[in-house]
Every structure is written in structure tokens, then in C-alpha cells.
Design a binder for this molecule. Structure first.
Ligand code: ADP
Ligand code: MG
Length: 715
């Protein structure tokens, strides 16, 4: 009998050599291998007759190999094979498939799967291009008769799982089928289930062993369409399990953090009046609410771990500065970290504007500063003279030692994947500083629950007053003349414009793309000859970037030609036009962030999305969404659907867990349920949970999921 922790090399049919191949896929135990699920199933219970195929459908056919040949056309070699059932025949074509030459023999029985098309010539009614295939039986081979029969029974006459091959094709789908079937048959009747019984009951989960069986070998009688389209009870069980332990881990991590000693800041009348003093405007109701949430955390002795989500322009900066005042008034230092130098500099300038009247000492630390200056600044920080330290993330995190750090504010978090690995230089006997993380990318709830499940969340869901909605238009670049006209008119009325390009210089690859540098030259000498045109891109020296930004801010530049370096955070209220060329090349969240640069003042704002060349269906959807809505959450949802959770943030670096079964887009409901149940398990004591069950669940989490989800410290 096998149990879940048995090494796969002891499983029948595997052995040390294949175990090595499996190890490369991260599979070492029986349990790991059980999670190697088929990516689809084939109905070989009722395989289709060739005569009943319909063009356009996906079909699986079992037939006999008749003839085959390799044709060398001028473009590429084609491998053509005719298979038949009685008098009906079907043609199969593979491109570039010289390797198939020696694969088949007449008389073999093969299973084929692919899209049926009407045959074009040679008397075949139907053909399938590039079908997936499997050789089911080779009459000329000298296999032992008995074994052959046993294999056969796994290949036909049932719904058959199809696995991804591994080890450069050495482990075929048939291999997995045979090994997994045998392994399941020899699996202990009674495999442990770490999900507490009451949770299982509420979720109506099927037994774990049965779930594995059915996920690999669905019961005969299951409809194939149902299997492919819906989550079966087997799948639901495995998905829930995966999400349950993730949420349990996040919840434990959250609790553990709360149990550490942090700083209990005081928010008394003096602090309150200091905050009031700095405010340059009346805060919105949302800003007030969020500050309350933050202040409540800061007052608590446990360290704050809070995520502040607020769409572009919702006014996060002032909230952050208010929190900074609380810390500074309590005698602590504050670090404010931004993803780019431009942003850090901008924060520095506005922090000085807002806070310096109160006499706070603010320093800026950027990579492009002279090293003697940096050294001096670091000295100030270490001595405790500097109260608010603003800089790029990397710089502050890696090289700065604080005297008494109380609060860390991380702006535009999604730009860098540090959340999980958050660490600042501090002396070991000090209390944990509070951490406030701010992001302008609205995070769909599913992602927030997985990525940031260990954080508390605040949402700024209201824009400051006086904003007028941005008018967004979509135009082809053949109409650029009109667009430039419009820009000139707006500039004449005292406004400023951004013109954004997807690449800096024209390279061989992006030959037809209009590059920022080239277009800057051209617009400056032609269309906007009478205007002040500036250029901003990521490859400029930091000093030049700052100077350009500052002069745009002062209104000396009318039109700023730029790349996506302005994407995050830049705040120039008088700029009310944004033209984005080759808008079809940008991602949705990126377009949204870019557009967030305008619509900040009282003048009506315009965003012109120009397209050049071919626009894919997906790109068209993105552009339509931009025209339709300005709601960041709606846009984020669509972006998530188009690109999937991995790409949404730039995968691993953001700490996205790598799910084995769960799919965040499909399984939101189970994620919510898993979160609820995981919390329930931990609030204890619960009448329907034993201490033993809880301990078992936590133990299972430790041994199985910690490493996988990067929850290493969960204790
Ligand atoms: P973001 O959330 O994108 O970081 P900012 O903090 O840069 O937004 O704020 C955007 C603009 O709105 C800034 O010019 C800021 O001064 C202004 N602002 C923020 N809050 C208010 C408010 N309550 N009333 C008026 N203007 C505000
Ligand atoms: Mg901001």
C-alpha cells in the first residue's frame, strides 16, 4: 500500500530513472503526483464515427492507419496520413512534422483529437489539421499479450484523461495514465484529510481519496461536456483544499504579525491639531474615514500592516502625510518610499510645501545624488535629525539606518514586489515599525485576498471635489492633424498636454512605431513649432528628468512628449490633455494609470487614444473599456480577465502563489468561502472543532504549503 508521502520511485512503473524526470517537474511524493491532473479528457466511450463528424467541431476519433507520406512543399514539409473506419476515411495533416515519418505503421489503431474541417481534395470528406494523437495498438509489435490488454482497457471504452507529456516526451500521456491508475489502486484506503470535519460538512466536500480518483478517472457515465465546462465535485474538493490552506496561512501570518511588539503612538489633541494645521484643503469623507482607520492602527501596540487602495487622483498623498505627522509628533522617524526618482522627488517637493511650515525636517535620498551628499543625508538619518525620509524604495531599504523608525509608507506598491519580503535595517531590540502600503492599481478582491490577505485594507473610494470626468476619444492616427490642432487650441487657452509613446527610440524591432525621441524632434519643428515642447523618457539622466518635470510643473513646457515614465504618480493639475499614440500597444491598467495624470484640475480634460496599424480584438476591448469607463476597479477586473492573475502584477516578483488546481478567475466563490472557513477555524474555541483538528490543519499547512506559498515564517 502506498501512502501520500511515499517517494514516487517506489510506485509501480516509475523507478529511480523516471523519478528523476518527475523531480524536475517538482514531483517527489505520491501526493505530488496525484496533483498532476489531466488538462482535458477524451470521450473514448462513444468515439465518433468518421461518417458523423461535422466541420467546425472538436472531435476525438479512433481509427486505423491506412496510408501516410511526407510531402516537401516549397514552404515546409507536410506529413499527411489517412485513417479509416470501414469505408469512411479521414485525412490528418501535420506541418513541419518530419519526426512523424517513422512513427506510424499501416494497421495501427490511433486516437486522434482536433478540429474537424471539410476535406479539400483527394476524396476525403473531412480532415483534421495538426491533431493530437495517440497510438493505441500496434499489431506488429511484440508486446506481452496480457499487458497489452490491460493497457488497452485504460485507453478506450471510457472517458480518458489526457496529461501533458514530461521529460522531453519520455513520459507520455499514456505513461501517466498507466502509472496514475495503478498508483490510485494501491493507495491507502484511508488517506489523512487535514480539513476539519465541520468545514468539510459545511462545504459538502467529497472524500479526499475519491476526489483524486475522480479527478483522474471520472466515473463512466459523466458527460464529457459537463466535465470540461464545470467544476466537478472532485475538482471543487481539491480547489477548496488548496485555497483553504492558503487562507489559513495568510491568516496565521496576519495573527503572528499582530502578536509582535509594535509602537503604540499617541493621538491626542496636540497631534490632532498638528494634523489639522498642515491640511491645505478640506479632506473628503473618504480621506477622513481612511485616516481614522490608519490612526486606530497606529494607536494599537501591534504593528500596523495596512494596504491603502485609492484610484489615481483620489488623494492618497495627503493621507500618508497625515500619518507621517502622527509618527513625527510622537518622536519617531518616517520613511516614504516611491518606485521612481521622479515620484520620490515629487513627493519631496509636496511634502516640503505641506509640512515645512510646521518645522519638520525632511530629506530626499535618490540614487543620482552625489555620493558625498548621500553620505551626509544618511548621517542625518542615523542621528535622528531627519524626521521624514523620502527616496526610492531600493535606496532606503538597502542602505539606510534609522535612529528611531516608526512608520514606513510605501507608495505605488505594485511596482515592486517587496511586500512579502519587507525589511528595513533596524536594530533588533526595536519595536516593529508600522507599515502603510499605498497602491493606485485597484486590486480585484480575489487578488487582494491572495496577495495581500495578510494585510488590512482601506479604500479611498471618492475623488476630491471639483473633478470633471475626462472625455476619452478613440481615433486612428490618420486623423492626427485634427488632434494636433486641438492640442494647439488648448495650449493657446493656457493648458498643457502630454503626448505619450510606447518606445523611446526606433529600433529594428519596432520599426513602424513612433518613438518618443523622433516624434519629439518632429513635433517641435513642425506641428508645435510655436510651442515649448519637452521630452521625458526613462533613459535620461535623473537630473534632466527632474529638471524637465519641474519646468513642466511651472508651466514653462506646453507639450511634454514622453514614454510611460509618467505613468505613476505625476501630478500637474494644469495639464488637461493626454494623447496616447499606439494606444493599442498598452495594457489596460497602464492606460488607466496614464490617463490618471489628467483630470486633476478644474478644466475639462481630454484623453485621445490614437491607434496606428492593426488593432487586435483584445486591444479593441481594452480601448473600448477606456472610452466606456473611468472606474479603476472595473478596468482592473477586465485587465485581470484578459491577462490572468500572473501577468496582472508581473507574476512571481509580486509573490503570486502558484496554484496547482485553483484558478482565481474561475474560483472566486471558493476563495471567499475558504477565507471565511480559515478564519473560523482560527477564532476558536469552536464547538464543532477539536483542538486536535486545528493542530492537524496547522501542521498540514506547515508541511505542505508554507514553501509553496512563500509563507515560510508561519509558525
Ligand atoms: P493619488 O491618490 O493619485 O496619489 P494625489 O495624492 O496625488 O492622488 O492627489 C491628487 C490631487 O488631488 C493632488 O493635486 C492633491 O493636492 C489633490 N487633492 C487631494 N485631496 C484633496 C481634497 N480633499 N480636496 C482638494 N484637492 C485634493
Ligand atoms: Mg500618488
Amino acid at each position: 500500500m502506498l501512502d501520500l508521502s511515499t517517494n514516487v520511485q517506489y510506485v509501480k512503473g516509475i523507478g529511480p530513472r523516471f523519478a528523476q524526470v518527475l523531480l524536475e517537474k517538482g514531483i517527489s511524493t505520491v501526493e505530488d503526483l496525484l496533483y498532476y491532473l489531466p488538462f482535458r479528457y477524451e470521450d473514448r466511450l462513444n468515439p465518433r464515427g468518421i461518417g458523423e463528424l461535422r466541420p467546425g467541431e472538436m472531435a476525438s476519433v479512433i481509427a486505423e492507419v491506412r496510408t501516410f507520406a511526407l510531402f516537401r512543399t516549397r514552404r515546409m514539409p507536410l506529413f499527411e496520413m489517412t485513417v479509416g473506419q470501414g469505408r469512411d476515411t479521414l485525412k490528418c495533416i501535420w506541418f513541419n512534422a518530419t519526426y512523424l515519418q517513422d512513427k506510424f505503421r499501416a494497421g495501427m489503431l490511433v486516437a486522434l483529437y482536433g478540429k474537424v474541417e471539410a476535406g479539400d481534395r483527394g476524396g476525403h470528406r473531412f480532415q483534421i489539421m495538426q491533431p493530437q494523437f495517440e497510438i493505441l495498438h500496434d499489431p506488429s509489435a511484440t508486446e506481452a499479450a496480457g499487458e497489452d490488454e490491460e493497457i488497452q482497457s485504460l485507453e478506450v471504452g471510457r472517458i480518458v484523461p489526457i496529461y501533458e507529456a514530461a521529460g522531453n516526451g519520455r513520459l507520455t500521456t499514456r505513461w501517466f495514465r498507466r502509472v496514475l491508475h495503478g498508483m490510485l489502486e494501491n493507495l491507502d484506503q484511508d488517506i489523512p484529510d487535514a480539513i476539519p470535519a465541520s468545514v468539510r460538512g459545511r462545504m459538502e466536500l467529497i472524500d479526499r481519496r475519491r476526489a483524486f480518483w475522480q479527478a483522474h478517472w471520472p466515473e463512466v457515465g459523466e458527460s464529457l461536456t459537463k466535465l470540461q465546462a464545470a467544476r466537478t465535485p472532485a475538482l471543487i474538493r481539491l480547489i477548496f483544499e488548496e485555497l483553504f490552506f492558503l487562507e489559513l496561512g495568510l491568516e496565521l501570518k496576519r495573527r503572528k504579525m499582530r502578536a509582535q511588539t509594535g509602537i503604540a503612538f499617541q493621538v491626542n489633541d496636540r497631534v490632532r491639531s498638528a494634523i489639522k494645521h498642515i491640511l491645505p484643503f478640506h479632506p473628503t469623507a473618504a480621506q477622513k474615514r481612511v485616516l481614522k482607520e490608519i490612526a486606530a492602527d497606529m494607536v494599537e501596540p501591534a504593528p500596523m500592516r495596512r494596504l491603502l487602495q485609492g484610484d489615481v487622483g483620489s488623494g492618497k498623498t495627503i493621507v500618508a502625510l497625515e500619518a507621517a505627522v502622527i509618527a513625527i509628533e510622537n518622536g519617531y522617524q518616517v520613511a516614504l518610499m516611491a518606485p521612481t526618482e521622479i515620484l520620490a522627488t515629487q513627493h519631496y517637493l509636496s511634502a516640503r510645501r505641506i509640512l515645512e511650515a510646521a518645522g519638520y525636517r525632511i530629506v530626499l535620498l535618490t540614487g543620482s545624488q552625489e555620493s558625498s551628499r548621500k553620505k551626509q543625508t544618511r548621517h542625518h538619518i542615523a542621528q535622528g535629525n531627519a524626521q521624514l525620509v523620502i527616496g526610492t524604495h531600493a535606496l532606503i531599504q538597502e542602505t539606510v539606518e534609522f535612529d528611531k523608525l516608526g512608520l514606513v509608507i510605501v507608495d505605488e506598491q505594485h511596482r515592486f514586489g517587496v511586500l512579502q519580503r519587507f525589511r528595513l535595517m533596524k536594530k533588533s531590540d526595536e519595536a516593529e515599525p508600522d507599515v502603510l502600503v499605498m497602491t493606485a492599481t485597484p486590486i480585484p478582491r480575489t487578488l487582494a485576498l491572495t496577495l495581500y490577505g495578510d494585510l488590512d485594507t482601506s479604500v479611498l473610494d471618492e475623488l476630491p471635489p471639483g473633478r470633471t470626468p475626462i472625455t476619452t476619444r478613440l481615433v486612428g492616427d490618420e486623423r492626427s492633424g485634427e488632434v494636433w490642432d486641438f492640442v494647439r487650441k488648448q495650449v493657446a487657452a493656457g493648458r498643457q498636454a502630454y503626448i505619450v509613446y510606447p518606445v523611446i527610440e526606433e529600433g529594428a524591432m519596432e520599426g513602424e512605431l513612433k518613438a518618443a525621441i523622433k516624434m519629439h524632434d518632429r513635433l517641435r519643428s513642425h506641428e508645435f513649432a510655436s510651442l515649448h515642447v519637452g521630452l521625458l523618457h526613462g533613459r535620461m539622466a535623473a537630473d534632466d528628468k527632474d529638471a524637465t518635470m519641474a519646468s513642466f510643473q511651472r508651466g514653462e513646457i506646453d507639450v511634454l512628449v514622453s514614454t510611460t515614465v509618467i505613468e505613476v504618480g505625476v501630478d500637474v493639475a494644469n495639464a488637461n490633455i493626454m494623447v496616447i499614440e499606439h494606444a493599442e500597444r498598452f495594457g489596460l491598467s497602464q492606460l488607466h494609470q496614464l490617463r490618471g495624470r489628467i483630470g486633476r484640475g478644474s478644466a475639462k480634460s481630454y484623453c485621445v487614444l490614437m491607434t496606428g496599424g492593426k488593432v487586435s480584438i483584445e486591444a479593441q476591448q481594452r480601448l473600448d473599456a477606456m472610452v466606456r469607463t473611468q472606474n479603476g476597479f472595473e478596468i482592473a477586473e477586465l485587465d485581470l480577465q484578459q491577462r490572468g492573475p500572473g501577468e496582472f502584477f508581473g507574476t512571481r516578483q509580486a509573490g503570486m502563489p502558484n496554484f496547482r488546481v485553483a484558478n482565481l478567475l474561475r474560483d472566486r466563490d471558493l476563495l471567499e468561502a475558504a477565507r471565511k472557513e480559515a478564519r473560523y477555524v482560527l477564532v476558536g474555541p469552536n464547538a464543532d472543532l477539536t483542538q486536535d483538528e486545528i493542530a492537524r490543519a496547522v501542521q498540514h499547512l506547515r508541511s505542505h504549503w508554507n514553501r509553496r506559498y512563500g509563507l515560510v515564517e508561519v509558525g
